[in-house]
Write a protein that binds this ligand. Structure first.
Ligand code: LLP
Length: 424
C-alpha cells in the first residue's frame, strides 16, 4: 500500500521502498542523512502537465529552485523542459546540466548587472522583469553589449493564493512584480527602450496553492492587461502564469496539474487568446512528492514533558519545518518494531527550532532508519552547512536501479576557499 501523497513510497512486507529500492538498504549503502528521488514520481508529475499541454504552443519551465541537483535538471532537460532560474548560479547549473539557453526564463526581483550580462551572452529566452529600475538597467546592459533582451513584465495581480504568508507572492503588499495598475505604463516604457524586445507577460502568485480559483483570477487579470497592452500596438507572444501548484503533504487536496492546466486553457480559449504561447513555471509539483529524506535514529530520549527521537538529519538538511512550521510525514523504514512512542523528531543542531516533526508516533530504536516523505522540493536545495554539517548525499532510483547523484560533503569541502590569517 502506498502512502498518502507519495504513491511511489510503499511498504513491501515491513520494509519501506521507493519504487524498487529498499530505503534502509540504500541508507546502509550510502550513509545518512540521504535524499532519495524517484524517477517514476517525477515522470508521473511531469506527465500530467505534458498531457494537458499536448498540441498547444507551450514551454514548461521547471522552477529549479525547488531542486537544482544536476541529475534532476538533466532528467527534466531530457524530457523537453525548459527552466525557470532566479540567479546566475542557477543559470550555470542549468547550462551544466545541458539545458538550452533558449528554453530558460530568468525570474527574480533583484537581478544584478553581471547576472544580466551573463544571461544575455548565454541567450536566455526571456527576462521576467519585476520593476522599472530593472528594466532601465537591462536596457543599458543589452545596448552596451549589442544584444537585445527579450522581456516579459511580471505583474502583481493582487490575488490571494491562500497559502503560507512567506510563500504568498501575488498580493499588493509583496515585494514581487509590477503593480497591476502601473503595468500598462511599464509596458509602454519597455516598448520604447533600446535593447529591449517585449515578448510576454507573467505572474506568480505563490506556492503550495491548493485551489484553482486564484489561478483563474490571476489569469483574468493578466488577459485584461494583454488586451490593453495590445490595443497600444505592443504585441505579446506569450503568457506565463508562473508555478505554485501544491502537493499533498498531509491532507491537502490540490487539483491535479492536468485539471489545472485544462481549466486555464479553457479560459484562455474562451477569451480568444488560444493562439498565444503558454508558459508555466512549476517547481514543487514536479519534484516534491518524488523525494524522501532518510535518517538514522541516534537516540530515543524520554523527556519530562515529551519524548524526543534524535536523528542524524537536522534543520540544515531540511529547513521547511523550522522555517514554515511545515508538516511533513515521517515514517519508519522498517515497521513492526514494537509499540510506537509519541515523540518530537529532532536533529543534532544546537537550536530548539531544530525539529523535523512534532508529536509523531514512531516505533523506533537507535540504529533504525526513518524517512521524511515529500522531501523532493525545497529540501536539499535549501540545505545549509550550519554547525559545519556537510550536506547530505543524494541518490536517484528508477525501478530497481539506484544511482548516487551527489557525494556527501566532507569537512574539507566545507573549508575549501577559506584562508587562515597570516602568521602572527
Ligand atoms: N516561479 C517563480 C517566479 C517563483 O518565485 C517560484 C517559487 C516558482 C515559479 C515555483 O513555485 P512552485 O511551483 O515550486 O510552488 N521554500 C518554500 C517555497 C518558495 C517558493 C518560491 N517561489 C517552501 O519550502 O515551501
Amino acid at each position: 500500500m502506498s502512502l498518502p501523497g507519495a504513491p511511489d513510497v510503499a511498504y513491501r512486507g515491513d520494509t519501506l521502498h521507493l519504487e524498487g529500492a529498499a530505503l534502509s538498504e540504500l541508507a546502509g549503502r550510502f550513509g545518512t542523512p540521504l535524499y532519495v528521488y524517484s524517477c517514476a514520481a517525477m515522470a508521473r508529475a511531469l506527465g500530467g502537465y505534458q498531457r494537458a499541454l499536448a498540441g498547444r504552443d507551450h514551454l514548461l519551465c521547471y522552477a529549479m529552485k525547488a531542486n537544482s541537483s544536476l541529475a534532476v535538471l538533466q532528467w527534466f532537460e531530457r524530457r523537453g523542459c525548459g527552466f525557470d532560474i532566479v540567479s546566475g548560479g542557477e543559470l550555470e547549473r542549468a547550462l551544466a546540466a545541458g539545458a538550452g539557453a533558449g528554453r530558460i526564463v530568468f525570474s527574480g526581483v533583484g537581478k544584478t548587472r553581471s547576472e544580466m550580462a551573463r544571461a544575455l551572452l548565454a541567450g536566455v529566452f526571456c527576462f521576467n522583469v519585476e520593476s522599472l529600475g530593472e528594466l532601465e538597467v537591462l536596457s543599458t546592459i543589452a545596448t552596451a553589449s549589442g544584444r537585445v533582451a527579450r522581456v516579459s513584465l511580471r505583474v502583481n495581480p493582487d490575488v490571494d493564493a491562500k497559502t503560507h504568508p512567506y510563500i504568498s507572492t501575488g498580493l499588493r503588499g509583496n515585494k514581487f512584480g509590477i503593480a497591476h495598475s502601473s503595468a500598462l505604463a511599464a509596458f509602454r516604457r519597455a516598448a520604447r527602450l533600446p535593447g529591449i524586445e517585449v515578448v510576454g507577460i507573467d505572474c506568480h502568485i505563490g506556492s503550495q496553492i491548493a485551489a484553482t480559483e486564484p489561478y483563474l483570477e490571476a489569469l483574468e487579470r493578466l488577459l485584461d492587461l494583454v488586451e490593453a497592452v495590445e490595443a497600444e500596438g505592443i504585441w505579446l507572444s506569450h503568457v506565463d502564469v508562473g508555478g505554485g501548484l501544491g502537493i499533498t503533504y498531509a491532507e491537502e487536496t490540490p487539483p491535479a496539474a492536468e485539471e489545472l492546466v485544462a481549466r486555464l486553457l479553457e479560459r484562455i480559449d474562451a477569451r480568444g487568446h488560444g493562439h498565444r504561447r503558454l508558459l508555466l513555471e512549476p517547481g514543487r509539483s514536479l519534484v516534491g512528492n518524488a523525494g524522501v529524506l532518510v535518517s538514522e535514529v541516534l537516540y530515543v530520549k524520554p523527556g519530562e514533558t515529551k519524548n524526543f527521537c534524535i536523528v542524524d538529519a537536522a534543520m540544515n538538511d531540511l529547513m521547511r519545518p523550522a522555517m514554515y512550521d511545515a508538516w511533513m510525514r515521517i515514517v519508519e523504514c522498517e515497521r513492526g518494531r514494537g509499540e510506537p512512542l509519541v515523540c518530537d523528531v529532532v536533529g543534532p543542531i544546537c537550536e530548539s527550532g531544530d525539529w523535523l516533526g512534532r508529536g509523531r508516533a514512531l516505533a523506533v530504536a537507535p540504529g533504525d532508519y526513518i524517512a521524511v516523505l515529500s522531501a523532493g522540493a525545497y529540501a536539499m536545495s535549501m540545505a545549509s552547512n550550519y554547525n559545519t554539517r556537510g550536506r547530505a548525499a543524494e541518490v536517484m532510483v528508477d525501478g530497481d536501479n539506484a544511482w548516487l547523484i551527489r557525494d556527501r560533503e566532507t569537512p574539507a569541502d566545507l573549508m575549501r576557499g577559506e584562508h587562515l590569517l597570516p602568521p602572527a
